[in-house]
Ligand binder design. Structure first.
Ligand code: 1GP
Length: 259
């Protein structure tokens, strides 16, 4: 029956509100942990360390995560041990777990496959509703042709020397109502997204910009932040060089006004 008192708007969830509040004071860092690459014990240890250092959230995912059970156990352990939000960074439907705080509800905009643009999202939606998982709508734009994510996601390569093409994607994402845009160089990429590309996108859109892939050095993270990234994601470093990761988290913090 028609009811005029039924709400017609969707409330922004607790995790997204937390992120937006944080962003009012400058850029933030998020740590990506891949259950395919590290044990639960090690991941839990790392999560505690990066939380203490000042990383703002833990993202859980990877291009080849194949089991929901694995995600469940992984996230349950993280949830027990840290207070910062645990956000699923799904490669596919089976990466969903009801134990996380939220899911980046992503569409791989420059995929050639219907499945990665809207198919997986459609298949995941009933599970998300059933378990009342917070969704954070995010447009995902993947660069390079030589990373796992580009191969699995059947990515249409984007020319790095034509940032206006990516800016058009990002702007379309904003107009479609996505609330975040993620520029992805791919985990383990030899180079991060070039600062010229980040600058062009930053000046084209109003919504927060997430940048990740291939960020390892102090110079690189400074460049990415100065170019305009709001959320900086690092994954590989957590597995390979925790001291360097701590350094990078502190650099992100140094750009914040609440430190
Ligand atoms: C991958 O952008 C993330 O989705 C992180 O990349 O592993 O290279 O830090 P790295």
């Amino acid at each position: 029956m028609y009811s005029s008192s039924r709400p017609r708007t969707v409330k922004i969830g607790a995790t997204e509100s937390y992120i937006l509040r944080k962003l009012e004071n400058g850029p933030i860092h998020m740590t990506l942990l891949d259950p395919e690459n590290i044990s639960i014990e090690r991941a839990t240890q790392i999560a505690k360390i990066v939380e203490a250092e000042g990383s703002s959230a833990i993202m859980v995912g990877g291009s080849t995560v194949a089991s929901q059970n694995e995600m469940d156990e992984f996230v349950i352990s993280l949830k027990k041990n840290v207070k910062i939000p645990i956000i699923i960074f799904p490669n596919n439907v089976q990466a969903l777990t009801k134990h996380a705080d939220a899911v980046w509800y992503m569409s791989l905009l420059n995929s050639l496959e219907w499945y990665y643009i809207i198919g997986a999202q459609m298949q995941a939606a009933p599970f998300i509703k059933k378990h009342n998982i917070e969704t954070i709508p995010m447009a995902y734009i993947v660069f390079r042709a030589d990373t796992a994510v580009s191969a699995i996601g059947r990515v249409l390569p984007i020319p790095e020397n034509h940032p206006e093409v990516v800016a058009a994607y990002a702007l379309a994402a904003q107009y479609l109502g996505f609330r975040f845009v993620y520029l992805e160089a791919g985990s383990g990429a030899p180079q991060p997204i070039p600062s010229k590309v980040i600058k062009t996108i930053r000046s084209s859109i109003e919504i927060p910009l997430v940048v990740g892939g291939g960020i390892r050095s102090v110079e690189q993270i400074n460049e990415v932040i100065k170019a305009g990234a709001d959320i900086i994601v690092t994954g590989t470093l957590a597995e390979e060089d925790l001291n360097q990761l701590k350094r990078l988290i502190n650099i992100v913090k140094s750009y914040r006004t609440d430190q």
